[in-house]
Ligand binder design. Structure first.
Ligand SMILES: Cc1ncc(COP(=O)(O)O)c(C=O)c1O
Length: 460
């Protein structure tokens, strides 16, 4: 494509290194520029409207035009546009937010929040905390962290070492030492013939236990999991999974880190998916819908057991020697606090529980399509896996890029959704979506899958 000289497209293609983008292609095709938003819709620079079926990157929970969040940011910018939280300093919005989060934590023993700017930084901090904890407890060899194949935990060196997706590792020299990956708990693909979901879940836990024994339990520190895998294909846990895993973690004195970056703040209908699945985390990662994505803020929620050890560490080393210049920045903190007030006033959990019936119904209907192998989801998040062979559950050759082709077709038809691992289309719309808008979204999706089937798959 030739760009008009000095157009935004030309300048972007020439000068902007994009995240998660094929840069060779990008220089040729340029960007798709999104210019404004309204409710669940965004508009591109040609004025074309799209349903944002993934809430941006699983984050814009209140859509794209919530004026109260703009006002909250403006008011805080006018009062104190920046201050930090190092060396006993604090600012009011950050205090209010930490207090609110701990008072609304999904388990009683959460004690403190440490703020970061992104989910990746928060998961990086989780690892530092786990290592610090074991060093202070006098067991410096207990450092290995287990994550799952297919997991997504971010992209700092340590967070991408946790992530179990090859495309985040290619040529980056990760995973680093002390990071291990265990079985992806996807029953549809990894359950064996005649094996029940419960038996599969137990087998996942047995595999983890064997890996711990092979590594040496005295060297194994923690296990990190998203309540449902997100970027790995929207995969809810099989029945009995976390119960079986928790038994193994307790047996070898390992911590459980639950990554609620996508699932937190009502995606499953509850404030946290920790409640939905009755989990017992020692540490929780939060981000995204914490501020409805209007400003970057994330964090780590820390249980009392760990917070007490951090205090012991301060007696030995003085200060807790980690922190980000913008960690707990007062402006995103004020926006996050306003976001929480809006969720509470709207009873957003009740809304999600109501509209998720329509979402689940339409998702299930799609399961009958000849191109759809499995549909899965919970609350307002779903995955639609496109397969070559429905009976034998065989995926397409990834080189055919069937889900990306389908996603491009959806974009043409006015829906932005995301092609994920294994030709899965991910849906995670803003939580404010209505029944009618859910129908509109699925109507486009169905049409795009039909066209993909007829016009593209038939040519492969
Ligand atoms: C479950 C999960 N954890 C961590 C991250 C990383 O968050 P960020 O992109 O804010 O660094 C993501 C991003 O999508 C995520 O889905």
């Amino acid at each position: 494509m030739t760009f008009r000289a000095n157009s935004p497209h030309a300048r972007d293609a020439a000068h902007h290194l994009h995240p998660y983008t094929n840069m060779a292609d990008h220089e040729a095709i340029g960007p798709h520029i999104i210019s404004r938003g309204e409710g669940i819709y965004v508009f591109d620079d040609d004025g074309k409207r799209y349903i944002e079926g993934l809430a941006g990157l699983w984050c814009a929970a209140l859509g794209f035009s919530e004026k109260r969040l703009v006002e909250a940011a403006h008011k805080q910018l006018d009062t104190l546009p920046y201050y930090h939280n190092f060396a006993h300093k604090a600012c009011e919005p950050t205090i209010e937010l930490a207090d609110y989060l701990i008072n609304h934590a999904p388990c009683e023993d959460m004690a403190k929040v440490f703020f970061t700017n992104s989910g990746s930084e928060a998961n990086d901090t989780q690892i530092k905390i786990v290592w610090y904890y074991n060093n202070i407890l006098g067991r410096p060899e207990k450092k290995k962290i287990f994550a799952r194949t297919g997991a997504y935990h971010g992209i700092t060196l340590a967070a991408s070492s946790l992530t179990g997706l090859q495309y985040t590792h290619n040529a980056f020299d990760v995973p680093l030492k002390n990071f291990l990956h265990t079985q992806c708990p996807h029953y549809y693909h990894h359950g064996e013939d005649g094996e029940s979901e419960l038996a599969f879940a137990k087998r996942c836990a047995d595999i983890l236990e064997q890996q711990i024994l092979d590594a040496g339990p005295e060297t194994c520190a923690a296990f990190i999991a998203e309540p449902f895998l997100g970027a790995g294909g929207v995969i809810p846990p099989p029945q009995g999974y976390f119960e079986a895993i928790q038994i193994v973690l307790d047996k070898y004195d390992m911590l459980l880190i639950i990554d609620e970056v996508i699932s937190g703040f009502y995606r499953t209908g509850n404030r946290f998916a920790t409640q939905t699945y009755n989990l017992k985390p020692d540490l929780i990662t939060i981000a995204k819908a914490l501020s409805a994505a209007y400003l970057p803020i994330a964090g780590v929620m820390i249980s009392k057991k760990i917070s007490d050890v951090i205090n012991q560490g301060s007696k030995k080393y003085g200060m807790f020697g980690t922190g980000y210049t913008y960690g707990g920045h007062p402006v995103p903190a004020a926006v996050a606090m306003e976001t929480q007030k809006i969720y509470d006033e709207m009873n957003i959990g009740d809304h999600v529980n109501m509209v998720s019936h329509r979402f689940a119904e339409r998702l299930k209907q799609l399961g009958g399509h000849p191109l759809v192998g499995e549909t899965r989801g919970i609350g307002l998040i779903g995955g639609i896996e496109l397969v070559r062979d429905k009976t034998d559950r065989v995926n397409f050759d990834p080189q055919h890029k069937v889900a990306p082709w389908c996603a491009n077709k959806m974009t043409e038809l006015g829906l932005i959704a995301r092609p994920l691992f294994n030709d899965t289309i991910g849906l995670c719309p803003p939580l404010i979506i209505t029944d009618q808008q859910i129908d509109d979204m699925f109507d486009i999706l169905e049409q795009a899958i039909d066209i993909t089937h007829k016009d593209y798959v038939s040519t492969l």
